[in-house]
Ligand binder design. Structure first.
Ligand code: GAL
Length: 343
C-alpha cells in the first residue's frame, strides 16, 4: 500500500515538474515540420491559419483540431506572440455549431482575421462547407457542395467572435480562402472557385463584412492562395487541387493586383511536393534592417489532424523570383527583420 502511495505521489510530482517546465520553456528556433509546443506544452492547433499583427503582437488563427474537442462544434483557435516563435494559447476565438440546417456533414476551414481600424472590429472569414441535404453522395465533391465563406465579428483579437452569416463572395462558389492586406492597409479575400477553374481576389466592403468587388480572376486551378507585396511586385502562391495530398506549389507575379499575372512557376523542386506542405499564407515581417517573407504551409496528416505540422521557412524572394529553400531550423528577429539558419 505504502509503495503504491509513493508511486502515486512521485508521478504527481513528475507531472507538476513537466507542466511547469513546459510553461517556462522558451524557444528561439522555428523547426519546420516538427511538433510546435505552445506556452502550455501542447502542439499548436492553428492549421490552415493566418496571422495579423496588432501593435507589437502577432495573432495566429487557425483550425483547432485537437483530439479532445467536442465534434458537434467547429473551432477557430487563437494564439499570440511577440516574436513569432513562442506562442501563447489564447483560447478558441470562435466556437460554431452547424450554421445552416441544409448542411449535412460540415467543415470550417482556413479561418483568417482582418482588423478594421475604422470600425475597431476584428472580422473573421472562414471556409464553410459540407454536403447539402438531398444531394447525391455519388456526385463528385459531394462533401464540399455548400462552398461558402462564413463571417464572424469580435471587439477583441482573442474573441469571442460572433458568427454573422455565410455567403458566396461575388455570388460564386468559394472553397479555400486566403487573406491579403496590402501595404496601404487595403484588405482582400482570395478564394478558389472550382467552376471557373481559377481563383479570385476580391475587395472587402467598408465594414469588411462583405467581399463585393472583383479585383482579379486568375485562371489557374490553384487553392491555398496566398499573396505578398514585396519590393513593388505582387507574388501569389497556390497549390494544386489534390486535397490533403501535397503537390508542387506554384507562384506568379504582377505589378498590379488586377494583373496581368505572369505564368506560374515552381516554388521548390517539384519532386519534393513542396516538402510535403501546402501554402496557407505569406507573412511579411518588416524589420528595421530587413524584410523577410515567411512561407507558411501545412503538412497535413488527414488521419490524425491534431498532429498536422507547420512548414514555415523564409523565402528567397527578389526581382520577380521566389524560391522556398529546403526546410531547416531558423530563428527570426522581428525587430531587425532578419531570419537566419540555426545549426
Ligand atoms: C484541400 C484544402 C484543405 C481541405 C482539404 C480537404 O485541398 O486545401 O483546406 O479542404 O482539401 O480534402
Amino acid at each position: 500500500m505504502k509503495i503504491k502511495k509513493l508511486i502515486y505521489s512521485l508521478s504527481i510530482l513528475l507531472f507538476q515538474i513537466s507542466v511547469s517546465y513546459a510553461i517556462d520553456i522558451k524557444t528561439d528556433t522555428i523547426k519546420p515540420g516538427e511538433l510546435w509546443p505552445d506556452d502550455q506544452g501542447n502542439h499548436v492547433q492553428a492549421h490552415g491559419g493566418g496571422i495579423i499583427k496588432i501593435k507589437d503582437t502577432f495573432y495566429w488563427y487557425g483550425e483547432q483540431r485537437s483530439k479532445e474537442i467536442d465534434t458537434n462544434f467547429r473551432y477557430v483557435s487563437c494564439y499570440s506572440s511577440k516574436d513569432l516563435m513562442n506562442w501563447k494559447f489564447r483560447g478558441n476565438a470562435l466556437v460554431l455549431s452547424k450554421p445552416d440546417t441544409v448542411l449535412g456533414k460540415w467543415v470550417l476551414e482556413r479561418p483568417k482575421v482582418f482588423f478594421n481600424s475604422k470600425t475597431g472590429k476584428y472580422v473573421m472569414y472562414m471556409h464553410i462547407d459540407g454536403s447539402v441535404r438531398g444531394t447525391d453522395r455519388k456526385t463528385p465533391g459531394w462533401g464540399y457542395a455548400y462552398a461558402r465563406v462564413g463571417v464572424a465579428v469580435s471587439d477583441k483579437p482573442t474573441g469571442p467572435f460572433k458568427y454573422i452569416r455565410s455567403f458566396r463572395p461575388l455570388g460564386l462558389e468559394s472553397r479555400d480562402i486566403g487573406q491579403f492586406v496590402d501595404d496601404d492597409g487595403t484588405p482582400y479575400l482570395i478564394f478558389e472557385s472550382r467552376p471557373s477553374k481559377g481563383f479570385y481576389i476580391a475587395g472587402l466592403s467598408d465594414d469588411y463584412l462583405d467581399a463585393d468587388r472583383e479585383i482579379a480572376f486568375i485562371q489557374a486551378p490553384l487553392e491555398g492562395g496566398a499573396i505578398v507585396h514585396y519590393k513593388g511586385l505582387y507574388y501569389v502562391v497556390g497549390s494544386a487541387l489534390t486535397g490533403w495530398r501535397p503537390n508542387p506549389n506554384k507562384y506568379a507575379t504582377a505589378t498590379r493586383l488586377s494583373g496581368p499575372w505572369s505564368e506560374f512557376q515552381d516554388i521548390a523542386p517539384p519532386a519534393t511536393n513542396t516538402y510535403g506542405a501546402q501554402s496557407t499564407m505569406l507573412l511579411k515581417v518588416v524589420g528595421q534592417q530587413e524584410t523577410t517573407v515567411l512561407f507558411m504551409g501545412d503538412q497535413w496528416r488527414p488521419q490524425q489532424q491534431w498532429d498536422s505540422r507547420y512548414l514555415w521557412m523564409p523565402l528567397k524572394i527578389d526581382d520577380g523570383k521566389l524560391w522556398l529553400p529546403s526546410p531547416r531550423p531558423f530563428t527570426i528577429d522581428v525587430k531587425s527583420g532578419k531570419a537566419s539558419a540555426v545549426d
